[in-house]
Write a protein that binds this ligand. Sequence first.
Ligand code: HEC
Ligand code: HEC
Ligand code: HEC
Ligand code: HEC
Ligand code: HEC
Length: 382
Amino acid sequence: MIWIVLFSALALQGPKIEPQQCLRCHSEVWRDWKGSLHAQALTDPIFVSVVKTLSEAQTSYCYSCHDPEGNKMGVSCTYCHRITRLVTQGNLNLKFIPTDTLFGPWPPTVDSLPHLVAVRKHYSQGEFCGACHDVKNLKGFLLFSTYSEWKESPYAIEGITCQKCHMPQDLLRSPVDKPYVSQLPLTAHGFQGGHSVEQLQRSIELVLFPVQVADPLEVRVDLTNKEAGHYLPTGVPNRWLRLQVDLLDEKGNLIARGERIYERVVGDDQGNRLVDIGQMFLKATQTLSDNRIPPRSTIHENLKFAQIPEKKVKMVRARVYYEMGNLPQIQEGVVAKVLLASQVYSLEHTVLGPWGKLFVLVFLLIGLGLTLWFFIRKGGTT
Ligand code: HEC
Ligand code: HEC
Ligand code: HEC
Ligand code: HEC
Ligand code: HEC
């Protein structure tokens, strides 16, 4: 055992320290990270497809965040855990020192540590993530600002950091493999975001209100960003939400469709809309529009359908999708689509044909007659 510890300590010396070494003792953390977009920041097919369209001078700027250590490991353990201090917010304004010391959030709980550990409180602060998740493009324009959106939200005031939502702690599991016995909780390193269906689905709430038969037919829908600590969607402006309201006949066939898109649109100096991610990084200088859902906010929608054959409409269905696209090859096409929520309102009960109306009338008349008869009789006996 002593040998293993000694060997490890030696293996972690000097500039040779590499992310692969962490796997030996932090295997749970490693597995989690390996599946995250941080581990894939360099190989992520969307990133690769965009980088191909840029010149070498331009891509070195991209790699500063997508491969900050220059070791082709993406945003790795050895990068994140050797950040000694934060300078200002955004665009990698932080101090990275490639030493033997690994910086972490908490005082160690193991007596003979196999590597040096130093505590920095920034690991538990949203500012740490903000160093990369507020990004100015090559024109100095804030292309996306997940950190700033969070900073201005109620979550920041309540102390609900990025880590609380994206790195939940498991007190029952250890971050270090046996034989080490650690008192620290295991923190999730999978960084679930817009590529996680589960994370996306819990972020939104859709409410479809009862629909009255009329012309125009009105459909009211509320969309609430209930669990994202920033705008929905956030990050690179190549994603949007699509609300789709469908009027269906009794067989489920589509009679009419209404749609709304929620997105941030960026443009160049002349105010031309930019749809290609690469162009956004090179040319965007302004936000042309932004109707995304702010944290803990609700958007009220009212869709009107005129001249619909009302008797045929049996169901109203509202669905909301998260979509990604705007890649160089396909321009405005969609590369990913996730159904976040769906609700159906059946009109059956509110629509009464002529026979239904007659039935209700007869029923009411009988009721009235009986009541009258009852009172007349009561009056007669006293
Ligand atoms: C994007 C930056 C980032 C990357 C990449 C990263 N970590 Fe972390 N790590 C953090 C932050 C932030 C915390 C503190 C979380 C908190 O305060 O709740 C942390 C906490 C830890 C802890 C202490 C908490 C625990 O789970 O016991 C260990 C150990 C750790 N990381 C190891 C690793 C290893 C090993 C890797 C690579 C497989 C890795 N980290 C990759 C940011 C990162
Ligand atoms: C030989 C086993 C071993 C190896 C290899 C190893 N660690 Fe550790 N690490 C530990 C032990 C043990 C602790 C102490 C846990 C405690 O204090 O409860 C620790 C603590 C940490 C902490 C401090 C958490 C905190 O806030 O106190 C971080 C960060 C960390 N390791 C990251 C790494 C990274 C990154 C690598 C890869 C370069 C790595 N470790 C490689 C065993 C190892
Ligand atoms: C060194 C820069 C850096 C730091 C620090 C950093 N990130 Fe990231 N993060 C990235 C990059 C780059 C990507 C995108 C990778 C890709 O898809 O190409 C990313 C992706 C993500 C994603 C996935 C997004 C998606 O679309 O699914 C989440 C979630 C995330 N980061 C959360 C965090 C949190 C929380 C922290 C702080 C604990 C943090 N990041 C710290 C650079 C960083
Ligand atoms: C209250 C919980 C909460 C907080 C706080 C929070 N997030 Fe998120 N985050 C979510 C949820 C839920 C999603 C999935 C929905 C979405 O994509 O917006 C998400 C998505 C993301 C994504 C992926 C965006 C996309 O559409 O692909 C990134 C990147 C991200 N968060 C980073 C951060 C960073 C950085 C912070 C802190 C500055 C932070 N988050 C704070 C809950 C939170
Ligand atoms: C200051 C840090 C930083 C720089 C510089 C940077 N990025 Fe990113 N990039 C990020 C972060 C953080 C994310 C994750 C945002 C999210 O998903 O919300 C990201 C995400 C992306 C994505 C989306 C990946 C996906 O799967 O959805 C693409 C594409 C991308 N970046 C391309 C580039 C290109 C091209 C460049 C250079 C022109 C570049 N980035 C420069 C930080 C940076």
